[in-house]
Design a protein around this ligand. Structure first.
Ligand SMILES: NC(=O)c1ccc[n+]([C@@H]2O[C@H](COP(=O)([O-])OP(=O)(O)OC[C@H]3O[C@@H](n4cnc5c(N)ncnc54)[C@H](O)[C@@H]3O)[C@@H](O)[C@H]2O)c1
Length: 416
């Protein structure tokens, strides 16, 4: 029989529940423990009801670490360091942990990312950075399907990636000082990563293409307007007249193939002001004579709910993550956890940890994505393209904290 990885989850909110849904489709992983400030019991109930493991609720990370093989961090961005410190401390005290999973984004800035990786290295843990979009079956399938074209005609030269919805579900996401920024850090990290991945020639490592420049434009198009600001203050407890974050970003990363010198580009667009049915992930790519396109709002299932029947809708989010409508012609994704790549990233991490190695995307890869996000903020703040090959820029990025993250977003987002 296949060995099983006993997983402990820190955090029991939105993403922890998504992963639990994904794990109903993964063999060889058991949710052995859960610890969270809130909602742990609810998640434990779901875990037990679905036969996913014992789902024992622990008071803290230190207690849980004694009973699991790996820990997954599914808590808000501003808690990353304290949780990793607790995990490293538990290992020092004898917890026999094999691996550590960390959800995106790895950290709010480079200083935090470096500290986090140092702690994990000290604890000698194998790691997996969870960037689900790289594991999406449509993304993996297009790469496989177009492999002969890539071989004959050459790799992709342009990738465009977007993640867009109407805005996050919890107040801390909207607070740039706690989250680390606005939509660029929250979702730009996905789009930059998946663009980089799609452009990477088959068989080459994930960081093979060298990022040489980045440009970005961050703006506040919807949630800075008075009526929407007031809604935010009321619902999420954040005041965007004082500490705003960007709700729209678009930018471009230019990469160089170190073997051929060829230049390729990844454009990214992310928003919290998307006014369609719910979450949309959109990716496309162009190679010489071939192309692909993914749009997660194109489902094979649509339902129609007329006005007279709309009262009966209990929860629009059962149809689609971040659903904004509960009537009319609606797209439904019957297996979002699989579509968005959560099943495959869990499978990858479990197999890797059981074999004593890092996942496909180790935390060091998450650090590279953090760096690109920081460079994106720098480009937007300074209104210029950032040269990533300049050692002075690389040095500056190590300590750079975007104005938006400092709570000074009004200086860059208003009155331009
Ligand atoms: N891959 C994706 O697409 C995706 C989607 C959503 C969230 N995320 C990431 O996952 C992380 C969690 O997001 P979420 O949406 O689940 O947030 P959430 O606010 O819905 O849930 C957070 C959970 O962490 C718990 N928590 C908070 N502080 C804690 C602490 N100090 N110790 C223990 N537990 C604590 C809360 O009680 C809650 O259970 C974030 O880093 C976010 O960026 C990734």
């Amino acid at each position: 029989m296949k060995p099983t990885l006993k997983l402990g989850m820190v955090g029991a909110g939105f993403v922890a529940n998504f992963h639990a849904r994904a794990l109903t489709q993964v063999r060889g992983v058991e949710i052995a423990g859960i610890t969270a400030k809130a909602k742990a019991e609810e998640l434990a109930k779901m875990v037990k009801a679905n036969g996913l493991g014992d789902g024992v609720v622990y008071a803290n990370v230190a207690e849980m670490a004694k009973h699991v093989d790996a820990i997954a961090i599914f808590t808000p961005n501003f808690t990353r360091l304290e949780i990793v410190e607790e995990i490293a401390d538990a290992v020092k005290k004898g917890a026999a942990l094999k691996g550590l999973i960390c959800e995106k984004p790895l950290a709010r800035n480079m200083k935090e990312a470096r500290r986090l990786i140092a702690l994990v290295n000290e604890a000698k843990l194998k790691t997996a950075y969870f960037e689900n979009q790289i594991f999406m079956k449509p993304i993996r399938t297009q790469l496989q399907q177009l492999a002969p074209q890539q071989k004959t005609m050459g790799p992709l030269v342009l990738a465009r990636s977007a993640e867009e919805h109407g805005g996050p579900h919890e107040g801390w996401f909207w607070d740039p000082t706690r989250q680390g920024g606005g939509v660029l850090l929250d979702m730009g990290c996905h789009s930059i990563a998946v663009g980089w991945y799609c452009l990477t020639p088959l068989g080459k490592p994930i960081n093979f293409l060298q990022p040489i420049t980045i440009s970005a434009d961050c703006s506040l198009l919807k949630w800075g307007q008075k009526p929407w600001r007031e809604k935010l203050l009321q619902k999420m407890g954040v005041d965007y007249s004082k500490t705003p974050a960007e709700d729209f970003v678009t930018g471009m990363v230019t990469f160089k193939n170190p073997e051929t010198g060829q230049i390729v580009k990844a454009q990214f667009t992310d928003s919290w002001m998307f006014e369609k049915q719910g979450l949309r992930l959109y990716m496309d790519g162009m190679g010489p004579g071939y192309a692909f396109e993914v749009n997660t709002l194109n489902s094979s299932l649509q339902v129609f709910i007329g006005d007279v029947a709309a009262e009966a809708v209990a929860d629009a989010e059962t149809a689609l993550e971040k659903a904004t409508a509960s009537r009319g012609l609606l797209a439904v994704q019957h297996n979002e956890a699989d579509l968005y790549g959560y099943t495959d990233e869990n499978e990858d991490a479990a197999a890797a940890f059981l074999a004593g190695r890092d996942g496909f995307l180790p935390l060091s890869y998450g650090l590279e994505i953090t760096k690109l996000c920081m460079a994106g903020y720098m480009a937007a703040e300074r209104k210029k393209t950032i040269d990533l090959t300049d050692p002075a820029v690389q040095k500056e990025l190590e300590t750079y904290v975007p104005l938006i993250q400092q709570g000074r977003g009004a200086e860059v987002l208003y009155g331009k």
